[in-house]
Design a protein around this ligand. Structure first.
Ligand SMILES: CC(C)(COP(=O)(O)OP(=O)(O)OC[C@H]1O[C@@H](n2cnc3c(N)ncnc32)[C@H](O)[C@@H]1OP(=O)(O)O)[C@@H](O)C(=O)NCCC(=O)NCCS
Length: 166
C-alpha cells in the first residue's frame, strides 16, 4: 500500500474533507464544526502562509487529512505554537495513514515555518486518538473540564502537546 501525502487542493479535496468531518462528528470524535464542501473550499483557499492542510491518498482514494495553524497568532512571543488535528477515513484507520500525514506532511512543514510547540485538543473520551498522538511523541499536558459543548452536554477535553524542537 503506498500512501501519498499532498497539500490539500480546494477543488479536489473540499468535498471528501467535509464528508470526513461529518463522519467524525457522528462518531463524537472531533471538536470541528461541520462544514459544507463550499465552506471547506473557501477555508482551503484562504489559508495563510503559516497554515496548512495535508491530505492522504491511497492510489486515487482519499484516506484522510491533517491540519496545523498558529494557535495564538496575536503575539510574537507565541508564534512558535501551533494547533492541529488528524482525521482518517474509518476504513483506512490503523494502517499508518495518520502517522504518514504527520511524518511526511505536518512535521516537515512545521519545521519549515517555525512551528515548534504543537498542540491538539482531543475530547477526553477519545482514547484511541490520545493513544495515537502519544505514539507520535505528544504527551497530555492538562485536562479541561466541560470545555466542549456538545448539544446539551459539556464534555471534558485533554490538551495534548509536543515540543517538537525543544
Ligand atoms: C486517531 C486517528 C487519526 C489515527 O489515525 P490512524 O491512521 O488510524 O493511525 P496510524 O495507523 O497511523 O497509527 C499510528 C500509531 O498510533 C497507534 N494508534 C492509532 N490509533 C490507535 C488507537 N485507536 N488505539 C491505540 N493506538 C492507536 C497505532 O497503533 C500506531 O502505533 P505504531 O506506530 O506503534 O504502530 C484515526 O483513528 C481517526 O481519524 N480517528 C477519528 C478522528 C479523531 O479522533 N481524530 C482526532 C481528533 S483531533
Amino acid at each position: 500500500m503506498s500512501i501519498n501525502i499532498l497539500h490539500a487542493d480546494p477543488e479536489r479535496d473540499s468535498e471528501p474533507i467535509s464528508n470526513l468531518i461529518n463522519i467524525c462528528i457522528t462518531e463524537k470524535r472531533t471538536v470541528l464544526s461541520s462544514y459544507t464542501p463550499e465552506g471547506e473550499k473557501r477555508y482551503l483557499e484562504d489559508l495563510g502562509d503559516r497554515e496548512a492542510v495535508f491530505v492522504a491518498y491511497i492510489d486515487d482514494q482519499f484516506a484522510g487529512f491533517a491540519g496545523m495553524s498558529p494557535r495564538w497568532p496575536y503575539s510574537d512571543k507565541l508564534l512558535h505554537c501551533g494547533e492541529g488535528g488528524t482525521w482518517v477515513m474509518p476504513e483506512f484507520r490503523g494502517r499508518g495513514i495518520g502517522r504518514a500525514l504527520w511524518d511526511q506532511g505536518v512535521f516537515p512543514w512545521c519545521k519549515k515555518v517555525g512551528l515548534t510547540r504543537l498542540g491538539a485538543t482531543v475530547m477526553a473520551h477519545n482514547l484511541g486518538s490520545i493513544a495515537f498522538y502519544e505514539k507520535l511523541g505528544f504527551h497530555i499536558n492538562g485536562y479541561h473540564r466541560k470545555m466542549v459543548k456538545w448539544g446539551d452536554e459539556y464534555l471534558d477535553s485533554v490538551e495534548i502537546e509536543l515540543n517538537y524542537y525543544p
